[in-house]
Design a protein around this ligand. Sequence first.
Ligand code: NAD
Ligand code: MLT
Length: 544
Amino acid sequence: MFRVLITDSLSPAGLKILDETPGIETDVRSGLSPEEVKEALKEADGIIIRSGTKLTPELLDGQERLKVIVRAGVGVDNIDLPAATREGIVVMNTPAGNTTSTAEHAIALMMALSRNIGPASASMSAGKWDRKKYTGSQLSGKTLAVVGLGRIGLSVAKRAQGLEMKVVGYDPFLSPDRASELGIELYRDVDELIPLCDYLTVHTPLTDETRSLINKERFAKMKKGVRIINCARGGIVNEEDLVEAIEAGQVAGAALDVYTSEPPQNKRLIAEDRILKTPHLGASTEEAQEMVAVEAADIISGYLLRNEIRYAINMAPISGTEMEDMRTWLDLTHRLGLLLAQLNKGGCVSKAKINYRGEISTRKTKLLTSSFATGLLESAMNDSVNIVNAEVLAHDRGIEIVETSSKETSSFSSMITVTLETDQGSLTAAGTTFGNDFVRLVRLDDFPLEAFLDGVLLIYRHRDVPGLIGFIGTVLGKHDVNIANMALGRSINQSGGDSIAVLNLDSEPSKEALKEILDHKEVTGVQIVKLPPADDCLPWMECE
Ligand code: NAD
Ligand code: MLT
């Protein structure tokens, strides 16, 4: 008998499924302290939670019986994923169950905001009848910017089109073809679309890249009187900057469902009545709660009884000789994905190609391709992408992943070449491994070279003229940045032609240093790429 612990309130439809499933028994206990959850987990094979239970490393470490965590909902920010992976616990969520309800909530907030429903209702409750003060704004004919066009963003876009709004959007992982099929005007950069909109709504996860995505500088570039909606995660819209932009009259109003801390602590934000506030209600409908509960019950029983894995967020540790053998190659393809994702500056990705040449083409290349896709999507999707789900997520975003292979060898006994096709052109990188542990970049676009693939990389394109290497060394030295390794690649093997250089640095150079390098007349482009340290463990693998 498998025992499932449920520590947050779960819709009765989900509980009924579990109660009626032979081989499963439930232990429903809400309001437990973290210590009590830890104790209860010792007797559980699986746990279903919503956002009320925080599964920290302290609770997960050493849980020998626990095999699976299911989050009834989308966000897994309340689960420590590395700790779960380390313990071999599969984490799954129910990504689609609350999409519609959350999209409807975003639309409800936008409509209420445009017609001052909140303050007008409060004023009537206070006995007033003030028709003039609450004159609103019509949605039809206005432009809505949707930042993040995944499940909820696309659902909001569709509904806004039904309200006769023009929808413009930004999502680096939605292909232009898919966007135009859906009638969305897609932009390559968030800065391109913000001056155009009357309303802006965000639907991205909260990642290092999206934290404070909508901030003071961006409010300043918007039309005066713009209205902002955040139904995704607190902090994507900078709360301090929002309050200031409203007080300054630049932003007419905002509607928030989510906050940097919940309940919110920012007193100015709480008191500002031009901000319409709801207490994280996006998914709080009977329908959404029922759907996520039913899905969670199916997922947990499918895993415990039949080892089915659906919507995996992490993956149980990969072990065994075969996996051990593949570790360096998995590391290489993951790093190639991270590299191309960072080299791509805002291009909309439509296709990613991966070619296996030589001996490596006879191995389990599917896993290597998934590892590449993980690196490619990681910065956009944070912890929710891994080797199990990366390719599906890429496909959902209109990115075609094409794998080809050939047993013939080239300069190396095995080589992997990856190419990213975007609306701005293509980017190519190739790598190989040396010995048991070393991964190397052996080609970047048309340039053969040999560079390390770890830490801080400074990549500059230039014309190959005497004195340039000395100049770069002097600039970096002046800014106290040490060069650990340098690799040069020339398209034609003579001086004066286009060239590329990859420098491994011990620290990240300042903006001033990069500007000095870019200002050199023979330098045509400079980029910084940040990769994990050489001995870093793959995010989804068990390391000693
Ligand atoms: P999703 O993964 O389907 O979509 C997220 C999209 O954001 C992806 O398409 C991704 O490519 C895009 N993205 C990532 N980084 C970006 C960036 N820097 N700029 C532009 N786009 C970027 O997720 P979803 O199910 O649509 O959920 C969206 C958000 O809503 C998440 O933060 C989720 O936690 C939140 N959510 C909130 C509630 C609520 O109750 N308020 C309910 C459900 C989900
Ligand atoms: C989610 O991530 O699913 C939503 O924020 C709703 C919830 O936390 O239940």
